[in-house]
Design a protein around this ligand. Structure first.
Ligand code: NAD
Ligand code: UDP
Length: 311
């Protein structure tokens, strides 16, 4: 039985990760300050004696003995990470330093939940790990993008200087049950709007693309990376390479819900990337991982979740 610390464990991805790690017979400690996460996401795990929760802000040091650390703490939707941009960048940078310091002292392996946002508004397509990105350092998304880029730098430097046992995954747009209904991300927004018969808000002309990965595929990829041999530290892209325009996504959601919602067009937020699609050759080769749940099937499960939630 391993003792595993998950920072940001009460969030969308973190709660699925805690659940899977417990099901696999591990002891799990979920550390969260509930900024965007919720107790409701983990309440079903509380009667498991091998599950523990700690309310804590990762910008302050923490001392927890663990064999593995998954570092997920950070708001992830543009609405939430822009709400307090300074706290967002502190969370990424100080959170990484504190997780790495802990890993250094306890000799734990530590995995960073990085993001496709490190590629910014990419001019290499699909995005491959060796691409350095095209990121605005002073825009409204920078607190998140640059915070995550700096966290990757810290991970690499703790590895090079202090031999900390690190792994870095770059997560592409992920969706599924337990996304917060007011999270502001496109999949949850469209499903909630379509279920409530409200207008579907397309930012810009809707021709920008994203590649949507279902949560279960991501969790498998993250655990495979954590368990990968020492030499493979990443960064590695974990995402679904099927690319859709935002308009296509809206049409699919409307069709699947048989909704009467209409499309309305709103201004495109600044620095919103025009295209995003992972090259997953590295994950296939090194982790023998690729996603298996395609959009329609994943949307169906997510729509069912929101139907129950909004009842
Ligand atoms: P989320 O907002 O649901 O979860 C983030 C969790 O971190 C929340 O529970 C929140 O309360 C917690 N948190 C935030 N600041 C904290 C702090 N200072 N101290 C302690 N806890 C704090 O988002 P998510 O989608 O589950 O994302 C989890 C991680 O995965 C994030 O690091 C995010 O950057 C990364 N990621 C997510 C996606 C995606 O599509 N969902 C894509 C790329 C990367
Ligand atoms: N988007 C949209 N309507 C919404 C929410 C988002 O058209 O109600 C667009 C957004 O501008 C972006 C894409 O959908 O181009 C994905 O947005 P999200 O916030 O989910 O993720 P990210 O931009 O971080 O990839």
């Amino acid at each position: 039985m391993k003792k595993i610390l998950v920072t940001g464990g009460a969030g969308f991805i973190g709660s699925h990760l805690c659940e899977r790690l417990l099901n696999e017979g591990n002891e799990v400690i979920c550390l969260d300050n509930y900024f965007t996460g919720q107790k409701a996401n983990i309440v079903h795990l509380l009667n498991n004696p091998y599950f523990e929760i700690v309310r804590h802000d990762v910008t302050m040091p923490f001392f927890i003995e663990a064999d593995q650390i998954y570092n997920l703490a950070c708001p992830a939707s543009p609405v939430h990470y822009q709400f307090d941009a300074i706290q967002t960048i502190k969370t990424s940078v100080m959170g990484a330093i504190n997780a790495l310091g802990l890993a250094k002292r306890t000799k734990a392996r530590v995995l960073q939940a990085s993001t496709s946002e490190v590629y910014g508004d990419p001019n290499v397509h699909p995005q491959i790990e060796s691409y350095w990105g095209h990121v605005n350092p002073i825009g409204i998304r920078s607190c998140y993008d640059e915070g995550k880029r700096c966290a990757e730098t810290l991970f690499m430097d703790y590895h090079r200087m202090n031999s900390v046992d690190i792994k870095i995954v770059r997560i592409f747009n992920t969706y599924g049950p337990r996304m917060h209904p007011n999270d502001g991300r496109v999949v949850s927004n469209f499903i909630v709007q379509a279920l409530q018969g409200k207008d579907i808000t397309i930012y810009g002309d809707g021709k920008q693309t994203r590649s949507f990965q279902y949560i279960d595929d991501l969790i498998k990829g993250m655990i495979k990376m954590m368990e990968a041999p020492d030499e493979f530290i990443g960064p590695v892209n974990i995402g679904n390479p099927h690319e859709f325009t935002i308009l296509e996504l809206a049409q699919k959601v409307i069709e699947m819900i048989s909704s009467k919602s209409k499309l309305i067009f709103k201004p495109l937020p600044s620095d919103d990337p025009m295209q995003r699609c992972p090259d997953i050759s590295l994950a296939k080769k090194e982790l023998n991982w690729e996603p298996s749940i395609q959009l329609e099937k994943g949307l169906l499960k997510t729509i069912e979740y929101f139907k129950l939630l909004l009842k």
